[in-house]
Structure formats: structure tokens, C-alpha cells
Design a binder for this molecule. Structure first.
Ligand code: NDP
Ligand code: MG
Ligand code: MG
Length: 340
């Protein structure tokens, strides 16, 4: 079994007296900045002028340009969207890096795929929470945390592992458990997980189920509750007790259906395709496509995004969620709704 690190394994001293620059104040950025501050760590936020700048100021942070924040900090955590990181790094972070700096990421993409090549005189590591930024903040406030991975890419100071663990503790992740990995493993498993299971696999599964019911003449509202809404209730049970815990709560009929039908849906062909997806990630094929898509101004991304947002499941879902005020609206939904 892999070693799992908890609060007791971290040495807070390595961050005391240091300043952490959180570059970016989005999903991960706001959570890291606020959690570290609440853990007693000195934080400045690095941004361009705009929406996030105002928000971070409202939240009481010292907000600086990215270069100024880099100058003021010993630890620079890069929490910009992955596709914007190389340019901002080149123009505003790299020129300010000095010996003694730690350059930190929450995902290994740009280092692993050579989009950012750091100088050899800084420590480079990652602390990657295994969950969305808003939950990194919410769970911290609930005295809990989102598990995280850490990996050291360059250790000049000899302290990189300790600083990474102290950082993981500061954002609350060492309450849940922290695992050591490599940039390669974090990058490849993260991309695979989000593509095959968590995001891509899941939305495709939900949509296919919803469409199958609707095309067979069942009410879209019934199909929505069945294939999307109830998913959270099932996943909560899996989160708490694994698959066995979930199966304990469902009826035996549901469990029998799970056993005989699950492997018909995610069959050998699907698993073979998962292996192809993993190969595309490992060979850099996926990364290349995404980098080029961004250079071309995202023609495919934007077209698919528009098509997905106008799918019947979104229309039906928005109406049903209106009637369930206890289902908290997330920001994205407000954005999608206002774009209609
Ligand atoms: P977001 O898209 O939420 O971050 C956007 C932030 O970056 C905003 O504050 C935005 O400011 C700022 N920003 C964008 N472009 C620039 C720029 N050119 N100069 C200065 N600031 C800029 O990112 P995420 O939090 O999703 O991702 C950050 C990192 O965390 C990524 O490496 C990602 O892979 C990783 N990660 C993300 C997870 C998640 O939950 N989303 C999970 C685990 C890891 P403005 O308002 O001005 O646009
Ligand atoms: Mg991830
Ligand atoms: Mg990811």
C-alpha cells in the first residue's frame, strides 16, 4: 500500500515567515488563498486587472500584478487555466524567479508536456487537490478536506518535499490524505480520470441514458430525475462507503441489475477504447490537440460547448432545478442560463 500523509506528517516550520503568491483567483485560486490564510500562512494574490482582481480585494487579500506577486513571495503557486500558463509564466513569472523560489502547480500538464521549462535554480513541485476548487474551500470550512497528490520535479533547496506537504496541510488536504506521485503520473492519471470517467465518461453515460428513455417516449422530466438527479444520491453513497456501501442501500433488484447490466454497458469494447484514450494521453497526442485547439482560438471547443448547452437535458433540468431551491445553483449554471 502507498504511504498516505496526514497533518501529523507535515512540518509547518518550512512555510513560517514565507509568503505564498497565489497566481489566479478562480476555482482553485480562491480556495488555496483563503485556506492558506486561515491556516496562518502569509498570502498575496497575483492577477491582471479584472473580475478576479476585484473579488480577491473584496475578500481582503493584497492583490498585485503577477510579476510583483512573484517578487514578493518565496512560494509561487500557478493557478491560472492550464492553457494560459505558458504565456503568463514566460512574460511575468520567469523574469522574476530567483534562487530560493519554489514554483508550484496544481496540475503537471505544462511541465510534463514541456510548455513551461523552469530554470534549474528553483524548486519545482505540485500539490494537486483531487477535487473541484469550490469543494477545496467548502470542505476546509467544514473542518474536512479534499485529498491531494504532491510531486517533486526539482529539489534545489533540499526542502521541496517538506514545503509541498506543509502546503498540502495548509489547504486542508492533509486532513483527508496526501499521496506522493510524479509529474508524469499526476498528469496522465488526471487527464485519463477526467476524460474517461469523471467528466467525459459520466456526461456521455447520463446523456445516452436520458436520450434512450426520451426516444422511447418516456417523459423527459422522468428521464432527468432517473439519469441525472439521482446520480448524486448514488455517488454520495459510493463516496461514503465504496461500491459495497452503495449496494447495501439499494434494493436487491437494483443490485442484480447492476451486476448483469453494468458489464453490458461498459463492455470490453469500452474498456479497449479506454486503453486507446490512455495511449493518446501518454504519447502527448491529446496534449498536442488541446494546445493547437487553443492556438486556433478554440473552434471545436466553442462549437461543442454551444451544442451541449442547448441539449434537451439542460432545458428540462434548468426548469426542474428551479423548483428545488435546496439544490444550490452553481456559478456555471448561472452563466449558462444567462447566455440563453
Ligand atoms: P480557473 O479557470 O478557475 O482560473 C481562472 C483564474 O485565472 C481567474 O482568476 C483569472 O482571472 C485568472 N487568469 C486567467 N488568465 C490570466 C492572465 N492572463 N493573467 C492573470 N490572471 C489570469 O482555473 P482553475 O482553478 O480551474 O485551474 C487552475 C489550475 O488548477 C490548473 O492548473 C488546473 O489544471 C488545476 N486544477 C483545477 C481543478 C479545478 O477544480 N478546477 C482541480 C485540480 C487542479 P480573470 O478573472 O482576470 O480572468
Ligand atoms: Mg483532476
Ligand atoms: Mg484536470
Amino acid at each position: 500500500m502507498a504511504k498516505v500523509y496526514y497533518n501529523g506528517d507535515a512540518n509547518d516550520q518550512v512555510l513560517s515567515g514565507k509568503t505564498v503568491a497565489i497566481v489566479g483567483y478562480g476555482s482553485q485560486g480562491h480556495a488555496h488563498a483563503q485556506n492558506l490564510r486561515d491556516s496562518g500562512i502569509n498570502v498575496v494574490v497575483g492577477l491582471r486587472k479584472g473580475k478576479s482582481w476585484n473579488q480577491a480585494e473584496q475578500d481582503g487579500f493584497t492583490v498585485l500584478s503577477v510579476s510583483e506577486a512573484t517578487q514578493q513571495a518565496e512560494v509561487v503557486m500557478v493557478l491560472l487555466p492550464d492553457e494560459h500558463q505558458p504565456k503568463v509564466y514566460k512574460e511575468e513569472i520567469e523574469p522574476e524567479l530567483k534562487p530560493g523560489h519554489s514554483l508550484v502547480f496544481a496540475h503537471g500538464f505544462n511541465i510534463h508536456f514541456n510548455q513551461i521549462v523552469p530554470p534549474e535554480f528553483v524548486d519545482v513541485f505540485l500539490v494537486a487537490p483531487k477535487g473541484p476548487g469550490h469543494l477545496v474551500r467548502r470542505t476546509y470550512e467544514e473542518s474536512a478536506g479534499v485529498p491531494a497528490l504532491f510531486a517533486v520535479y526539482q529539489d534545489v533547496s533540499g526542502e521541496a518535499r517538506d514545503v509541498a506537504l506543509a502546503y498540502a496541510k495548509g489547504i486542508g488536504s492533509a486532513r483527508a490524505g496526501v499521496l506522493e506521485t510524479t509529474f508524469q503520473e499526476e498528469t496522465e492519471t488526471d487527464l485519463f480520470g477526467e476524460q474517461a470517467v469523471l467528466c467525459g465518461g459520466l456526461t456521455a453515460l447520463v446523456k445516452a441514458g436520458f436520450e434512450t428513455l426520451v426516444e422511447a417516449g418516456y417523459q423527459p422530466e422522468v428521464a432527468y430525475f432517473e439519469c441525472l438527479h439521482e446520480l448524486k444520491l448514488i455517488v454520495d453513497l459510493m463516496y461514503e462507503g465504496g461500491m459495497a456501501g452503495m449496494r447495501y442501500s439499494i434494493s436487491d433488484t437494483a443490485q442484480w441489475g447492476d451486476f448483469v447490466t453494468g458489464p453490458r454497458i461498459v463492455n470490453d469494447a469500452v474498456k479497449a477504447e479506454m486503453k486507446n484514450v490512455l495511449t493518446d494521453i501518454q504519447t502527448g497526442q491529446f496534449a498536442k490537440g488541446w494546445i493547437l485547439e487553443n492556438q486556433a482560438n478554440r473552434p471545436v471547443f466553442n462549437a461543442v460547448n454551444q451544442r451541449e448547452n442547448s441539449h434537451l437535458i439542460e432545458e428540462v433540468g434548468a426548469k426542474l432545478r428551479e423548483m428545488m431551491p435546496f439544490v444550490k445553483k452553481n456559478k456555471k449554471e448561472a452563466v449558462v442560463a444567462s447566455a440563453k
